[in-house]
Design a protein around this ligand. Structure first.
Ligand SMILES: [Zn+2]
Length: 274
C-alpha cells in the first residue's frame, strides 16, 4: 500500500510524512506525530499554535531532556522579546557615550560601567567600575618544533600579574609559542568574564601574536586604571582626621583626668607622627 500526497521529512527523526500523516508545523520545519507525542503534542489538542512557536532545535532539546512543550510559551517569548529590546537599548546607550573599546570590553566613562556584549549563552556584562575587584591574566605556553608542529608545554600555565607575563615572554627561552592567552575579569557579585586573545598555538614572534599581545596589554592597562581609581575612591571615602582637633580632644580627656598624662603624650606622638 502506498501513500499519496506531498511528502516531507520529519525534521527530527527524518521519517517521511505525507499530508494525511498531519505533520506538525514548527517555526522552522515540520515534525512527525511520533516525535510530537514525545513532547506532549497530541492530535486533537489545540496545540498547533504552541507548536508553531517552537523551533526544531528547541523540540530536540525537549526530547533529549524528557520534557514537554510549555503552554506558557507565548508569555515566555514575549518576555524574551522585552529582554532583547532592553538589551539593544543598552547597547545603543553605551555606544552613545563614546566608550573606550579594549578588545570589545567597553569602558563607559559617563556612567562608569563596563560592558561586554552577549556571548553565545546569552549572558553579557554590564557592571559598574567599582564592582571590578580584580582580573586574572592566563597564558599557556607552547613549543613549536622544527617541523612546525606545536605542543603544549606541561606546566606552562602562567597566571599572575601583567608584569609577570611580560617578564616571562621576554626572559624565558624554554618556549617559543603560546597556545592560550586570556584575561578573566572578576566582579564583586562573583560574576566573571573571560576575554580570549589567543586560542590556538601561535609563535611568540608571529605578527598575529604580537598584535594579540598588544591588545591584551591595552585591556590590562585599562583594567588597572579602573582598579586604581576604585582604590583612590575608597581612600577619599575614609573620614579625614584633623590631628589638631584630635589632639584637643585628648588634651581635654587628660585635663579631666580620664586618661593619664603618659597616655596623652603617647597619643600626641602618634597623631603628630613624631
Ligand atoms: Zn519524527
Amino acid at each position: 500500500m502506498s501513500k499519496s500526497g506531498i511528502f516531507s521529512k520529519c525534521g527530527i527523526c527524518g521519517k517521511r510524512m505525507y499530508l494525511l500523516d498531519f505533520p506538525w508545523t514548527l517555526a522552522d520545519g515540520k515534525i512527525c506525530n511520533n516525535c510530537a507525542k514525545k513532547v506532549g503534542l497530541h492530535l486533537g489538542d489545540q496545540l498547533n499554535y504552541i507548536a508553531s512557536l517552537y523551533t526544531l532545535a528547541e523540540i530536540k532539546a525537549l526530547i533529549i531532556n524528557g520534557k514537554q512543550v510549555s503552554p506558557n510559551k507565548p508569555n515566555q517569548l514575549a518576555a524574551e522579546k522585552e529582554r532583547e529590546k532592553a538589551y539593544q537599548a543598552l547597547v545603543v546607550k553605551v555606544h552613545s557615550h563614546n566608550p573606550i573599546n579594549r578588545s570589545g570590553v567597553l569602558f563607559d566613562n559617563k556612567d562608569k560601567k563596563i560592558f561586554n556584549a552577549k556571548s553565545p549563552d546569552g549572558s553579557y556584562i554590564y557592571e559598574s567600575y567599582e564592582s571590578l575587584v580584580s582580573y586574572q591574566p592566563i597564558e599557556r605556553k607552547a613549543v613549536i618544533n622544527g617541523h612546525g608542529v606545536g605542543r603544549a608545554l606541561v606546566g606552562g600555565l602562567l597566571a599572575g600579574g601583567v608584569g609577570a607575563i611580560v617578564g616571562a615572554a621576554t626572559k624565558e627561552n624554554n618556549y617559543n609559542a603560546v597556545q592560550w592567552l586570556s584575561v578573566v575579569m572578576n566582579f564583586k557579585d562573583g560574576k566573571t568574564r573571560q576575554i580570549v586573545f589567543v586560542n590556538q598555538v601561535v609563535r611568540t614572534g608571529d605578527p598575529a601574536f604580537i598584535s594579540a599581545f598588544q591588545f591584551y596589554k591595552k585591556l590590562c592597562a585599562q583594567l588597572d586604571q579602573v582598579i586604581q581609581e576604585n582604590k583612590n575612591e575608597q581612600v577619599k571615602l575614609q573620614p579625614q582626621i584633623d590631628p589638631a582637633d584630635e589632639l584637643a580632644k585628648f588634651k581635654k580627656l587628660a585635663d579631666d583626668g580620664i586618661i593619664t598624662q603618659q597616655e596623652f603624650e603617647a597619643k600626641k606622638k602618634q597623631l603628630l607622627g613624631l
